[in-house]
Design a protein around this ligand. Structure first.
Ligand code: ADP
Length: 496
């Protein structure tokens, strides 16, 4: 097998030993795959430049080579804040009411995808596996094909795939999906999103889906499959046992003075159902006067995508709602909702999860949701907390022993909170053991192996030959840069 070329919007540079645990499971897993197979992680640096030059900043950290480019302010506005986060993200999360259709966004999206392709092209050698991630880069594979790349190219989409009738509201939707059929493997999180995708290609494009879910399109065969992503179980359960986690656990428990704790941990995003969650908790308090002053909801929600108006809006809404609910239920020595807008190191987060009697994971729509899996991994198996999980999170298809809820129904969630807090130890242990087995087995390494196996197993892509025969190894000048890349510190960033 050749090297791995991972392409995502942002690149997560492996952390040095001192900062271990600062990265998410996906970044850790991709970095370990890059270390094993060799290769490069390519993406946007997160920096802006006056004029796009395509200059590659290549660095080598902890055995992994990263290559990043800077983008112009207009690129960031139209591609990242625009088409990716104001058009595709809301649409893919069924929020057609928040979806903005602006021709400039679409043009910026195509321009940046072209820029990505131009910049990464010289780095791709003949036998490399090219693995593109997420909704920011859906047409990238087709642009690489047009440039003559005949390598195996795969896509993994971390978000849901919307129902056909919603997707049909997107101008040029046919062109977007047709461009995706230039990949060899299209990976989705769950069979539900896979079915939606296959429904689209059948109904809107008139294509036939074979029994193995492959699609024949313009003389090529594309495999579409569900690959449910997991957490790095080994890393996270280790983090949960660390001194930092123990200290965080104790600090949180001491601070609530014997009260029950419910925890929510989410990026501040309208897809996470935070407003509905707060209202459900408020309803629970109103319906159970005996629990007044006896249960606390800790909601950790670091702001994200603050340049996008709908995110400013959700932030304001939640601040108002928190104030309102706290005003109604607080006492001189008790505030029911602790709403914290910051991030925490993973070990500390693990300690908070372990201290919580209930994990409240109630997105209105979510590709997978890793917080649900982290909550399970962090529990003490002898005295585990209860996971309340939205039926609309991808994770619900796997974590069937959670208490599954409809997050839109405030009454249902309120009743389920009560049920979770009253659940006998025996049932908590039984449910947790089943959840843990799934989280452990279907971890991020399993996901990664399955995907790489599927991609390396396909016949080499049938795109046209590279016009110059293709570099047999990466461009010599770039290879030299790669060799001499220094151990520099680059901002650690998720792909969002
Ligand atoms: P999404 O990818 O939509 O943000 P996921 O639940 O799949 O949702 O992944 C979120 C990741 O971000 C999890 O690994 C979670 O631990 C991490 N995270 C969320 N909030 C915080 C926080 N306040 N501090 C640290 N990590 C966080």
């Amino acid at each position: 097998m050749g090297r791995l070329i991972v392409i995502s919007n942002r690149v997560s540079v492996p952390s040095a030993a001192g900062a271990a645990g600062a990265q998410g499971g996906l970044a850790v897993a991709l970095n370990s795959a890059l270390r094993e197979h060799g290769g490069i992680w390519f993406g946007w640096s997160g920096q802006e430049t006056e004029e796009f030059t395509g200059h590659l900043d290549m660095q080598r950290n902890e055995g992994v080579t990263t290559a990043t480019i800077d983008l112009e302010a207009q690129d960031v506005e139209e591609y990242y804040n625009g088409y990716a986060n104001r058009t595709l993200w809301p649409l893919f999360h069924y929020r057609i009411d928040l979806t903005e259709y602006d021709r400039n966004f679409g043009e910026g999206y195509e321009r940046v995808n072209e820029r990505f392709a131009d910049s990464v092209y010289p780095l791709i050698a003949d036998d490399d596996l090219v693995w593109v991630h997420d909704y920011h880069l859906l047409p990238l594979g087709s642009i690489l094909r047009r440039k003559g790349i005949k390598n195996r190219i795969g896509l993994f989409l971390h978000t849901p795939w919307p129902p056909t009738r919603l997707l049909a509201s997107l101008p040029f939707h046919e062109r977007l999906v047709a461009s995706m059929l230039e990949y060899d493997v299209i990976g989705l999180q769950t069979t539900e999103w896979l079915e939606s995708f296959l429904h689209y290609v059948q109904k809107e494009m008139g294509l036939t889906v074979n029994l193995d879910n492959s699609i024949d399109y313009q003389g090529r065969r594309v495999i579409a499959r569900a690959f449910p992503i997991g957490i790095d179980y080994a890393e996270f359960s280790e983090a949960a046992k660390s001194d930092v986690a123990k200290e965080a656990h104790q600090r949180l428990r001491d601070s609530v003075r014997g009260r029950k704790i419910l925890i929510g941990v989410d990026r501040l995003d309208y897809s996470k159902g935070l407003g509905e969650r707060f209202e459900s908790f408020s309803r629970f308090l109103s319906d159970h006067p005996d629990m007044a002053g006896k249960a606390v909801l800790l909601q950790i929600a670091p702001p994200s995508r603050g340049d996008v108006e709908s995110y400013q809006q959700i932030r304001e809404d939640l601040e108002r709602k928190t104030g309102h609910i706290n005003g109604a239920h607080a006492n001189v020595d008790f505030v029911p909702i602790r709403y914290v807008n910051r991030g925490y190191p993973r070990a500390e987060l693990a300690g908070f999860y372990r201290a919580a009697n209930v994990g409240l994971v109630t997105p209105l729509r979510d590709g997978m949701n890793l917080v649900a899996k982290e909550y399970v991994a962090a529990q003490d198996p002898e005295d585990p907390g209860v996971l309340i999980l939205s039926q609309f999170a991808g994770a619900a298809t796997q974590l069937k022993d959670a208490l599954l809820v409809n997050p839109h129904s405030v009454e249902h969630v309120a009743e389920t909170i009560s049920r979770a807090l009253d659940m006998p130890l025996k049932e908590r242990k039984r449910r947790h053991a089943a959840l843990l087995a799934s989280v452990k087995e279907m971890d991020v390494l399993h996901w990664l192996k399955q995907y790489v196996l599927a991609l390396s197993g396909v016949e080499k892509g049938s795109g046209a030959l590279k016009s110059d025969g293709g570099p047999s190894s990466a461009d010599p000048e770039l290879a030299a840069q790669e060799e001499s890349a220094t151990l520099g510190a680059t901002e650690i960033a998720g792909s969002h």
